[in-house]
Design a protein around this ligand. Structure first.
Ligand code: ATP
Length: 264
């Protein structure tokens, strides 16, 4: 399968007052069309920097980032993004917040078609009836669902999720995971998920990439077998526990707290 996102041999350092800060050094991530890759790694290793590269907000010092075989040379509009903080605009209704990207990204949809699409997305994430509400009238999980709809409204080529569920309580987070599966089935996307939650990574993604400590390189890649419909019960199977142990060990290696090799 062709890779829609192809990151090869990327190196990058930020300029800081105290000199260059090397953040990435040997980053390789490939995401096939329709694929969903989770990126995990120690805090501050460069995960969000990776998302900026894919969005074209940052051009690497060395190596290549391409989407659909085209090298990225500047900001891309055909990307949908959702972050830990959903940042919805309080003076707009939920529907109008979801429609916001269409005011920036060119669209072939008429106003009526766009509104219909926004309503469909809101319904898909269980927010029927909330279209006319203001963000402050929604819970944290509901705001995050609205922000997911906003990220998808323009049918982006690439969906980037940077710890979107990180601030939610455990039960709401699990709800959102299941909603993500529903969304992916109805609105297929190619995505990159940044997360600190290993259970989330194996539940949602079809591949998990572990980054080393800073400057980060691709340290380990785990393919998650396609077992059909995933339910939360899958997280408690011996196979899932073994995958979580492998990933936990890799994180400890990345943190310099365990030697490379198989976990004991
Ligand atoms: N614009 C910038 N200028 C200078 N340094 C930066 C900039 N952005 C990020 N950094 C630094 O680069 C490093 C990597 O940051 P990044 O946000 O990519 O890490 P992260 O893995 O997403 O972090 P976390 O897990 O804590 O969310 C950090 O040390 C951060 O302080």
């Amino acid at each position: 399968m062709d890779n829609l996102i192809d990151i090869r041999g990327v190196r990058h350092a930020y300029s800081t007052a105290s000199g260059p800060l090397p953040v990435l050094d040997g980053l390789d991530v490939q995401v096939p069309e329709g694929g969903f890759v989770a990126v995990v790694g120690p805090s501050g290793c460069g995960k969000s920097t990776l998302t900026r590269l894919v969005a074209g907000l940052l051009i690497p010092d060395a190596g290549e980032v391409s989407v659909h075989g085209k090298r990225i040379t500047g900001p891309r509009s055909n990307v949908g993004m959702a972050f830990q903080n959903p940042v919805l605009l309080e003076w707009r209704t939920i529907l109008d917040n979801v429609l916001l990207p269409l005011e920036i990204v060119p669209t072939k949809l008429t106003k009526a078609q766009a509104a219909e699409r926004a309503r469909k997305l809101l319904s898909l994430v269980g927010l029927d009836g909330f279209e006319g509400k203001r963000p402050s009238e929604l819970s944290g999980g509901m705001k995050q669902r609205a922000s997911l709809c906003r990220a998808l409204i323009h049918s982006p080529e690439v969906l980037i999720l940077d710890e979107p569920f990180g601030a939610l309580d455990a039960f709401t987070r699990e709800d959102l995971w299941q909603i993500m599966h529903r969304v992916k089935a109805e609105e297929p996307f190619t995505g990159v998920l940044i997360t600190h939650d290993l259970r989330e990574s194996i539940f949602l993604a079809d591949q998990v990439v572990v980054l080393s400590g800073r400057p980060a390189r691709t340290q380990f890649v785990l393919d998650i077998p396609d077992t059909g419909v995933r339910t939360l019960d899958h997280l408690y199977t011996p196979e899932a526990v073994a995958m979580l142990n492998t990933l936990r060990h890799q994180i400890e290696v990345a943190q310099g707290r365990a030697p490379a090799g198989q976990p004991a």
